[in-house]
Ligand binder design. Structure first.
Ligand SMILES: [Zn+2]
Length: 318
């Protein structure tokens, strides 16, 4: 802004006036950890501002380490919106030093629906099963109090979070409270349309058996009635051991899976190993956290729609 010339004698009075004003109605600077969280936040902020996205495309949300510049962005933000300690244990340490009120952990928002990991002989639920040689072991002891942290794949959770994000921003920036609330309402209405659209895309999939790369799709499968039979790796996408691959190949013989899906930000070698010698088609890579999408308000819908389209295309044999 250009400074207006003014008589020296007026300066003190002007400064007094400025400092006497109530807290400036500044839009908070916001950092969000995952592209899906950034997208929901961007929808709530609308024209008022753009939240920064913490993780870049090469990052794995389950196992990330911040560069110094990223750590600074977190430290300097007025508000850090992050998904959960269960998804990103490293993030819990990052926000630990921040002031209360300067963070919003989406998984703890009232009304968020938590569900346990998909479980069964062909699922990997825990974070380290490499040492087991019995593939029929159950995971109850590992997962008694663990929930599947891929919560955003249930659109109802995204809707609840939009409200919570608007509420927190309004508390920090009361001047724009109504805008945040309106934007959240509009975004929630769009989620309804998205849910219907995804239902249509997936309609031809029916109960075709699906195998996923990592154990991340429980919410999506429940929301849209998919028949996910198993996963190659666990809930944190750690590499599977040879025993795991062998067990899965053994179980698959009778399971009748139609498609198996790699993921864009993980090597596809394990998926190829599991699929080798079976009738399963290997689908295009899935991107469940939107890591490879174009960041911004539209990313959430594009990510959800993308999952549905890739699944439908593979099942259709495209
Ligand atoms: Zn995951």
């Amino acid at each position: 802004m250009k400074a207006l010339p003014m008589p020296r004698s007026l300066l003190p009075a002007t400064l007094t006036l400025l400092t006497a004003m109530p807290a400036l109605a500044e839009v908070p600077t916001v950092v969000a950890d995952l592209p899906v969280a950034q997208s929901l936040t961007a929808q709530v902020m609308g024209e008022l501002g753009t939240p920064d996205l913490l993780l870049d495309r090469s990052a794995d949300p389950h196992h990330a380490q911040l560069r110094p510049s990223q750590a600074r962005a977190v430290a300097n933000a007025d508000l850090v919106i992050w998904t959960s300690a269960a998804l990103s244990p490293w993030m819990a340490e990052v926000v630990d030093s921040l002031a209360e009120g300067a963070t919003l952990e989406l998984a703890t928002v009232d009304g968020t629906r938590h569900a346990p990991f998909a479980d069964g002989a062909m699922f990997e639920a825990g974070d380290d099963d490499h040492d087991h040689d019995d593939h029929d072991h159950d995971h109850d002891s590992d997962t008694a109090d663990a929930y599947d942290p891929h919560l955003w794949l249930e659109p109802a959770n995204a809707a609840v979070w939009l409200d919570a994000i608007a509420g927190q921003l309004a508390a920090m920036d009361p001047e724009h409270a109504e805008t945040y609330a309106e934007n959240a309402r509009a975004a929630a209405a769009q989620l309804e349309g998205l849910r219907a659209e995804i239902g249509q895309i997936l309609q031809p999939v029916g109960d075709a058996g699906l195998i996923m790369h990592h154990n991340a799709y429980g919410y999506f499968a429940r929301a849209f009635g998919l028949n996910v039979l198993g996963t190659v790796t666990g809930g944190d996408a750690a590499d599977p051991g040879a025993a795991r691959i062998a067990a899965l190949r053994h179980d698959l013989q009778d399971a009748g899976a139609v498609c198996i899906f790699p993921e864009g930000n993980h090597p596809s070698g394990f998926v190829a190993l599991v699929a080798e010698g079976t009738d399963m088609r290997i689908g295009a890579p899935l991107d469940p956290a939107g890591m490879l999408g174009e960041p911004g308000p539209d990313l959430y819908a594009q990510t959800m729609r993308g999952l549905a389209q890739v699944i439908a295309d593979c099942v259709a044999g495209d």
